[in-house]
Design a protein around this ligand. Structure first.
Ligand SMILES: [Zn+2]
Length: 101
């Protein structure tokens, strides 16, 4: 996966189309990410020892990585990412403007 935790992304499909947020969690086995504030669903939370309190809570659900686009800070829009090798390390670049991200 090209995106990682902390990346700013825009939702490209689904009910939160166009919404932007930060990736709070990456699930590499499922090719899914959790985006802060996006794809929220009501969960009926049972009271457990850990949460103490039950009830209906809003929870961000994982969404497929193909449904989000990395937002380049200079282009200010979802872009495709590429790589370049600098000093033996992979650096992610914006394919549109070529800036390192
Ligand atoms: Zn760019």
């Amino acid at each position: 996966m090209k995106v990682k935790k902390g990346d700013r992304v825009e939702v490209l499909a689904g009910k939160d189309l166009g919404k932007r947020g930060e990736i709070t969690r990456v699930l590499p086995e499922e090719d899914r990410v959790i985006v802060d504030g996006a794809n929220r669903a009501k969960k009926h939370q049972k009271a457990t020892r850990a949460t103490m309190q039950g009830g209906i809570i809003d929870k961000e659900m994982p969404m497929h990585v193909s449904n989000v686009g990395f937002v380049c800070s200079s282009c200010d829009r979802p872009v495709r990412l590429g790589f370049r090798i600098a000093a033996g390390k992979k650096v992610r670049i914006c394919r549109k403007c070529g800036a390192d991200v």
